[in-house]
Design a protein around this ligand. Structure first.
Ligand code: EPZ
Length: 417
């Protein structure tokens, strides 16, 4: 398994180009199943999760070409309606083929996603919504088997805000017979980007960006060309890198308008933030101030930035409370950070951090995608060398992270394992 050797790297300076959002690209790739026409996606990040989905859809008969950041799809001849466990266990977002398959072909067999490090992450809302639209669903041998002659519009109130739940049901509703109202929908920018792409394909969706999506089903969708929205979490991660290393980074091809809660906390920590339509500049000249954080659905502070801001709080002036309300086990980076000298106490879903002025390099282990990023951030601040193991987690969500950081002054070496 590859490792990253992260050496002490302060005062990062320069520009970093932000990639397309993983969590927007994944559902939109699955939307290619909704049409027999050509779908062309630009600004697609070259990430492990995208390659996994490419293999899954390829195995279903979708013709795919992926060169540079352009991915084109043709699902005119889908030969299989099954998403096998081997794919879903490695990438839970594979469950996003469920809605499109049932909507266009009237049948789908999708493995239940297994457990996940950060929480149980069930898909009961995905299933409840499809049943409300008339799908007959049985769960057997670990697979969701769903069939429907044609889905019918329905009023669905989700029990909690679920990003992929909203996305799966949105993709099911666009070809349903009648009107579907999705209440308590997720409003994450990645959901909005999927909706924008579906509308370009001919879908009729009102309320985009709100917590109530109203979808009027159509007979069929056509192809389109769509550029994936910038990754606000990748951008946020590099913004924290600027703050923690007391540097000055300009993040280009970004979408600051989707990063309000992140920017607000960066400013509260003492960073100077300048933003334009497609760039964000973050500069820090002193030790950061500690900031309290509570993760909630968009537009509030994103859970996917919790680990990164914890690292910032670890070296900030003062104490801070962080509350994780989305996932039940998203503090696995805490023991690793403590091994580097951080002072963090966790009680349930609340972490209390007392800022220290020094972290010491250590051998640490990545446990999930964003936890890995928090360890890289800590390694750049720490004295000495930090060896981050199991960085396959990192490669799922960050495109060439060590190259992007080394280009602005970091000293990170990948060791092939
Ligand atoms: C998406 O996961 C993202 N992944 C996650 O990003 C992100 O952390 C999460 O949304 C929250 O923003 C993708 O978009 C591919 P949820 P998702 O359904 O959709 C519970 C990353 O780092 N729930 O919004 O799986 C669930 O257990 C990843 O890029 C149910 O109980 O998350 C959780 O507690 C990590 N039943 C909460 O809702 C359901 O049917 C929110 O989950 C669905 C969800």
């Amino acid at each position: 398994m590859d490792k990253l050797i992260v050496n002490h790297s302060m005062n990062l300076k320069g520009d970093i180009r932000v990639s397309g959002a993983k969590n927007a690209a994944l559902p939109i790739v699955c939307a290619s199943l909704l049409t027999a026409d050509q779908l062309v996606l630009k600004n697609v990040p070259q990430l492990k999760d995208i390659y996994t989905l490419e293999k899954l859809l390829g195995g279903m008969g979708v013709k795919i070409d992926f060169s540079g950041d352009v991915m084109s799809f043709n699902a005119a001849e889908v030969t299989s309606l099954v998403a096998p466990y081997e794919f879903v266990k490695t990438m839970r977002a594979s469950v996003l083929v469920l809605g499109p398959l049932v909507a266009r072909f009237g049948y789908a067999e999708v493995s239940l996603p297994g457990g996940c490090a950060i929480g149980a992450r069930p898909v009961d809302q995905h299933i409840k919504g499809l049943e409300a639209m008339g799908a007959e669903i049985v769960i057997e041998h670990g697979y969701i088997k769903a069939k429907a002659s044609r889905l019918k519009g329905a009023r669905i109130v989700m029990d909690m805000v679920t990003v992929t739940g909203t996305e799966n049901l949105l993709m099911a509703a666009v070809l349903a017979d009648g009107v579907t109202i999705l209440e308590n929908s997720a409003r994450e920018p990645e959901v909005t980007d999927l909706a924008h792409c579906l509308i370009k394909m001919g879908a009729k969706i009102d309320g985009v960006g709100t917590d109530t999506l109203v979808v009027t089903g159509v007979e069929k969708l056509h192809g389109c060309e769509h550029s994936v929205v910038a990754d606000r979490i990748e951008a946020g991660t590099f913004a924290v890198a600027a703050a923690i290393t007391q540097g000055d980074l300009t993040l280009t091809h970004a979408r600051p308008d989707t990063m309000g809660a992140i920017i607000e906390k960066l400013i509260r920590s003492g960073a100077t933030v300048t933003e334009g339509n497609d760039f964000l500049r973050v500069a820090m000249s002193t030790r950061p101030q500690s900031v309290d954080i509570k993760t909630l659905p968009y537009p509030a502070f994103p859970t996917d930035m919790q680990a990164q801001f914890m690292t910032l709080n670890c070296v900030a002036d003062g104490a801070s409370y962080m509350t994780e309300t989305i996932f039940e086990n998203r503090y696995m980076h805490v023991p690793e950070l403590c091994r580097m000298g951080a002072k963090i106490d966790v009680d349930g879903n609340i972490a209390m951090i007392r800022g220290v002025t020094q972290l010491h390099g250590a051998e640490v282990m990545a446990t999930d995608l964003r936890a890995s990023a928090s360890l890289v951030l800590a390694g750049m601040y720490a004295e000495g060398q930090t060896k981050v193991d199991r960085i396959y987690h990192l490669d799922r969500g960050y495109e060439h992270i060590e190259h992007k950081l080394n280009n602005v002054g970091a000293n990170i070496v990948r060791v092939k394992g």
